[in-house]
Design a protein around this ligand. Structure first.
Ligand code: WTA
Length: 704
């Protein structure tokens, strides 16, 4: 649908110009072995079976006491699941698998240096390590059930060990992504009031042994400024006995774990039987504005939800070798590297480093060597691998039955490369839409039962009933071609319980907008507002447009950044694209595109024109970019998300804000020189922006 043909869209709706994509049917071989291959499962999770349908997930766990109430809605929107039940998450992920298969690998850890040996950690060995670390936390640190402990750990096996040790004690863990700064970690320590910080001296990233301990000192300092005193810093050593950091150990505060551990060798600690609604962990949302939100996840509901979705959507069987290439510092890693796969007793692979180190064939070598048959990653990694090694997958003899994409919308062109080249046409793909707040998947296809459609996540998952509302709370119909705000009408077991220490913000951010009656105890009156824009096709599949403020309003037409970017990557020379607004006197905003080229392609005016033409054809004249900037690389966060506000700041000659959390801060100056130099030469330097415009540019692409 071209824009010109369309009636004027209201501010409440986002015009949508996606082309409908063809379905891909799941491979027959996959269907034959899938955990969910009988369509009857869809009925079992029908709305008339809610909330009892989730017993199916809870029964995947071992309970010390079975629950009496599936869902308690007496204090909306603070839902309680499986009330009366008691269980221990560590027991469920470790101990209970010992009876069946103690010597099977629970974790396989691949260090970044390719010459360093891979470590397989059996369930038996994991049991020992978890017990020993739990004993150390208890004996050496005096932690008690209900305390919080912060980790600032890289992708090493010590991280899942530490998580499961806390879970064993009923201690709430809070892992801060290893790539975050010491200050960011310190703020989170203070917010969660942790007295203990667990860190590591260093880790490998892109061929270098990074000094990580130095961040612990900054973190402790920052926490102190915010009123929280860290009593002990436990430092694992990447190479035990050899200290990899320049930062001195502070006597009485800092301790090497490998030196303290001998006192706890062989010790066992009974798993503490926790109420289903006891908090299991806090995960700070990756939101880049405002104070980070500590999303508090429950023990029973969360674990049941990740076990159930791992089984049916990741199609994990105990005999699979499953590799989720996310970082455990994000929710994806918590749910789908650690808790979900281990609850099901499978083998979960972890990789320390950068997927393209030392070259873009690395992931496929790992897959071949370890016999990985389920692969899980994000569009940013897929785009990077497509850019740097488009022909690499074919060189390796691995076979995936199943693949996942998660974290942002995937452009259909990129999806097809993933399917054809990475998956060799043999794998079912799930595009899973969800959030740090949600515990597990919200939108996805059931891999053996529902066909795939590139760029769409699919319908709501089992037991999740999404709806799209406009700004006034009217339902936007499926197939209407209009987008709006996607909400979930019902509670589900994986939903976070609250924002740590800030229940009012929990209510105001996620529930206030569409709540029908603040006094109602009926969950129907409390839809969950995901803060994402989406549209629903006639077949019920959702296409996620990204956070609601990732929209560029050109002369009243609201253009989703993702659809602009999808059109740009349809140009064969383009590897990656980002759309940003520039303030425009005539139209309010105009679009500017930043594009990175595939290797071997030289920048040219011709490529720029191709991008502009493609956007014009795919979306409409109004979307034609004012400028197309070819850049060597996009400024990205360490989790791989493009920081659109940084390039928006460059395009508008405004402050780019803090760039210290970028994975590649050095590209910012290069891009600025190039773009602003050209713009100055062309006489495109804007007049002083109004405060409101400045604020909008500063906030662009970073909703709460
Ligand atoms: C976006 C990651 C499109 C969305 C699990 C969401 C997606 C935010 C998808 C959450 C997907 C996540 N398709 N968009 N499959 N998955 N998103 O908290 O905007 O790091 O709100 O959780 O990523 O990111 P978060």
């Amino acid at each position: 649908m071209a824009l010109e043909d369309e009636a004027q869209v209201s501010e409440a709706q986002i015009a949508v110009h996606w082309r409908e994509e063809e379905y891909y049917q799941p491979p027959t071989k996959f269907i034959g072995q899938a955990n969910a291959s009988d369509p009857e499962i869809l009925e079992r999770f029908g709305e008339d079976r809610f909330p009892e349908c989730f017993k199916d997930y809870a029964d995947l766990l071992t309970w010390d006491h079975y629950w009496h109430t599936t869902l308690d809605t007496s204090n909306p929107p603070f839902w309680k699941w499986f009330v009366g039940g008691r269980l221990n998450a560590s027991y469920n992920c470790v101990d209970r698998h010992l009876k069946r298969d103690p010597n099977k690998a629970a974790l396989v850890w691949v260090p970044e240096p390719e010459e360093e040996l891979t470590q397989a950690i059996t369930y038996r060995e994991l049991y020992q390590r978890v017990n020993e670390f739990a004993a150390l936390l208890q004996g050496f640190c005096g932690t008690e059930t209900g305390d919080r402990v912060t980790f600032h750990l890289p992708m090493v096996p010590e991280l899942p060990v530490a998580m499961l040790a806390c879970a064993r004690l009923g201690v709430v863990h809070s892992q801060v992504f290893g790539g975050f700064s010491g200050a960011a970690c310190g703020g989170r320590i203070a917010d969660s009031q942790s007295r203990i910080l667990v860190t590591m001296d260093g880790y490998y990233r892109n061929g270098e042994l990074v000094d990580h301990k130095v961040k612990a000192d900054e973190a402790v300092e920052r926490a102190r400024e915010e009123g929280v005193e860290v009593e002990k810093v436990l430092v694992w050593r990447r190479h035990p006995g050899q200290y990899a950091s320049k930062s001195p150990m502070v006597p009485g505060r800092d301790f090497f774990v490998d030196e303290v551990m001998p006192d706890y060798r062989g010790k066992l600690v009974d798993p503490v039987s926790m109420p289903a609604e006891a908090p299991l962990f806090i995960m700070y949302s990756s939101g880049t504005t405002g104070r980070p939100k500590g999303c508090q996840h429950s023990t029973g509901g969360y674990l049941a939800y990740v076990a159930g979705t791992s089984k049916y959507y990741q199609d994990i069987h105990p005999e699979d070798t499953y590799w989720c290439a996310a970082d455990i510092g994000w929710i994806t890693g918590h749910s789908y590297i650690v808790y979900g796969p281990l609850a099901l007793g499978t083998t979960s692979v972890m990789y320390e480093g950068v997927p393209t180190y030392p070259d873009a064939g690395r992931p496929w070598r790992i897959a071949e060597r370890l016999g990985v048959n389920i692969f899980h990653t994000a569009p940013t990694t897929i785009r990077m691998l497509r850019k740097l090694g488009p022909d690499e997958p074919a060189k390796y003899d691995y076979h995936f039955k199943h693949m996942t994409t998660v974290g942002e919308p995937i452009e259909p062109e990129v999806w097809r490369w993933y399917y054809d080249v990475v998956g060799k046409g043999e794998a079912a793909i799930v595009d899973t839409w969800w959030q740090t707040e949600n515990g597990g998947f919200l939108g996805s296809t059931l891999p053996a039962l529902q066909p795939m459609k590139p760029g769409s996540c699919g319908p709501g998952v089992l037991g999740i009933y999404p709806v799209i509302y406009d700004e006034e709370g009217n339902e936007v119909e499926a197939g209407s071609g209009k987008a709006g705000n996607i909400c979930i009408r019902n509670p589900w077991p994986g939903i976070f319980q609250t924002i740590w220490g800030d229940p009012d913000r929990f209510v105001s951010t996620y529930y206030e907008k569409y709540c029908r009656d603040r006094d109602s105890k009926d969950w129907h009156d409390w839809p969950y507002f995901a803060n994402d824009g989406a549209m629903q096709a006639a077949d019920g599949y959702f296409r996620i447009l990204g956070r609601v403020d990732d929209v560029i309003n050109v002369a009243g037409h609201r253009l989703g950044t993702k659809e602009l970017e999808s059109a740009a990557v349809m140009v064969e020379e383009i590897a990656e694209a980002a759309a940003v607004p520039v303030v425009d006197e005539m139209r309010g905003r105009a679009v500017e595109m930043y594009v990175a080229l595939k290797p071997g392609v030289a920048p040219s005016k011709e490529v720029e024109d191709k991008v502009a033409r493609m956007i014009e054809t795919e979306i409409g004249k109004i979307a034609r970019p004012k400028n197309v900037w070819i850049v060597p690389d996009m400024p990205k966060t360490r989790s791989g998300k493009i920081m659109r506000r940084v390039i928006a700041g460059i395009s508008n000659f405004t402050d780019v804000g803090d760039t210290s959390t970028l994975a590649n801060p050095e590209v910012v100056e290069d891009i600025r020189e190039h773009v602003q130099g050209e713009k100055t030469a062309r006489g495109e330097v804007p007049k002083e922006l109004s405060a409101k415009d400045q604020e909008e540019i500063r906030q662009f692409g970073q909703a709460e």
